[in-house]
Design a protein around this ligand. Structure first.
Ligand SMILES: [Zn+2]
Length: 515
């Protein structure tokens, strides 16, 4: 079952001794023969298609992605009519009392920029209750069937402290509370469903391993159950929720958790917010908000204590830091705890804005920047206004890190971005949007070579999870985790990368996706 041969392939090994091979054999989940096959196993004729060591996404959120996949996706929709049509279509596939849930609408994108009226949904003549959350999570657009479910009148909802109802259909803040009991809760069964949905979507995109960047107790248990039921298709490197001390203590007591599909030996923390909401901590104020430098979310004492606890228990600490001040803060704390010449590989998640002095600290203290190429190309349109021209060179400094010999684990932060590793690869080599703009790329000095972009999503992700001797290369004894693609992304013209097809995804010698 976990044994297979691949022949007639353009197989990129990422192994210097033998960079390209044409056939291999996987025996019991491990690569067992190179340029040779075992006649006893089934054989796939690749007919010249390209194989790489399976994609590793080093910053992913399985539960959030799956939860989002279960909702109507209303992000970036430019009119209320389009949303109403989606609801109408969705209603045809649901029972009459099943909720229709959606996320991501923003009336600022519509031509009139006005909140919709109650009749817009009510005139659809559907029985199902409809509940559509606004992009910021602070408002929901509902129909009258949804309101009836709460046994409250619009007037009563409007009277709730800290709440308001606009146009008899838009619930603001606390007015949403009576609906919460009808929405899917984070029970282990729901979390399992979401994670399975997400993992199956990930393998369609060619992903064989994710680093799951926030695991609470329910998520850990859900994944363990899915593994024991033989349903979990990918490998997962979990980062424990840094705010749950009892969860951390339970793991610290038992050392590293290691299973074929799930490894836990790291902790996730947050130091600041994001540039989009001006929450990232900056040394100098935002250009479009002169009194605001963003926020540091954890006190020095609290962060120092968490870092020392992780160090003592030999757990890796992976901290979200985006602004230049956020990065300085984390680097200085890390440096004080891990010292020079360490092999703890502590990570900064995002490391999106880093000044020159701090670049050297990554090198000196062996700290890894875990970065998401699409964040750069998603944010580049409004960054000049927010940060000013002078600071743009501090953004997403991939080539500068590589020049220092630093390995960058690459990720997507899905569902913030789509999760498609080919989109991440494209952003890394072009620093352009999908319309190939700007012409030379944003801050083009930080574009990277395709070989390094591939390293980010294979080898360097493996290194960032202490697993470089098992994954990230095609080599005897390594995991039989492979992604098979229609084209060679190392030599493809950048504009063709976006159209490459994933043909097979193989994890532990098993075909988990076939086009
Ligand atoms: Zn994240």
């Amino acid at each position: 079952m976990n044994s297979i041969n691949l022949i007639n392939g353009n197989i990129i090994t990422l192994n210097e001794k033998l960079p390209r091979i044409n056939s291999l054999s996987i025996d019991n989940g491990k690569i067992s023969l190179i340029n040779n096959i075992n006649k006893k196993f089934d054989t796939i004729d690749l007919k010249g298609s390209t194989v790489i060591p399976g994609f590793i996404d080093s910053h992913f959120h399985l539960k959030n992605f799956g939860k989002r996949l279960n909702l109507l996706d209303l992000k970036n929709i430019k009119s209320s009519e389009e949303i109403i049509n989606l609801v109408k279509k969705c209603a045809k596939n649901k029972n009459s009392d099943e909720w229709i849930l959606g996320f991501g609408w923003d009336q600022n994108l519509w031509s009139d920029k006005l909140f919709p009226l109650a009749n817009n949904l009510n005139n659809l003549n559907i029985n199902q209750p409809v509940y559509l959350t606004r992009i910021d999570g602070h408002a929901a657009w509902v129909n009258s069937s949804a309101i009836q479910k709460t046994h409250k009148t619009v007037h009563q909802l409007d009277e709730i402290d800290g709440g308001q109802v606009i146009n008899d259909c838009i619930l603001i803040d606390n007015a949403m509370n009576p609906f919460k009991s009808f929405l899917p809760d984070e029970s282990i069964d729901n979390v399992k469903d979401w994670i399975l949905l997400a993992a199956n979507k990930a393998v369609q995109m060619g992903i064989t391993t994710v680093h799951d960047a926030w695991q609470d107790r329910t998520i850990v248990n859900a994944i363990k159950e899915l593994i024991s039921e033989d349903k979990f298709p990918i490998r997962c490197y979990g980062m424990l929720a840094g705010n749950d001390r009892s969860l951390l203590n339970d793991f610290f007591k038992n050392g590293h958790y290691k299973d074929e599909y799930l490894t836990i030996r790291s902790v996730k923390a947050f130091i600041d917010g994001a540039l989009g909401s001006r929450g990232a901590a900056l040394h100098e104020p935002y250009c479009d908000d002169a009194n605001n430098c963003g926020l540091i979310l954890i006190s020095k004492d609290e962060f120092r204590e968490l870092a020392e606890l992780c160090y003592k228990n030999n757990y890796q600490l992976n901290t979200h830091a985006i602004g230049d001040r956020g990065n300085t803060y984390v680097l200085d704390h890390y440096a004080a705890v891990v010292g020079k010449n360490n092999d703890r590989r502590w990570r900064i998640e995002h490391a999106q804005m880093v000044n020159d002095d701090d670049m050297m600290k990554f090198k000196q203290f062996n700290i890894l920047p875990s970065m998401q190429p699409s964040h750069c190309t998603s944010d580049m349109h409004w960054l000049p206004e927010r940060l000013g021209e002078q600071r743009l060179k501090l953004i997403s400094r991939w080539q500068s890190f590589i020049n220092l010999g630093i390995k960058i684990p690459g990720g997507s932060d899905c569902p913030i971005e789509t999760g498609n590793p080919l989109f991440e690869f494209f952003a890394a080599v072009t620093r352009q949007n999908h319309s190939l703009l700007p012409e030379n790329g944003f801050q083009p000095q930080e574009k990277i070579h395709s070989q390094n972009a591939l390293n980010m999503f294979t080898k360097w992700g493996a290194y960032g999870s202490f697993n470089e001797y098992n994954q990230g290369q095609i080599e005897l004894g390594y995991n039989g985790d492979l992604t098979v693609m229609s084209d060679d992304i190392l030599s493809a013209r950048p504009k063709n990368i976006l159209g490459v097809d994933i043909l097979y995804t193989i994890v532990n010698g098993k075909i988990v996706y076939k086009k």
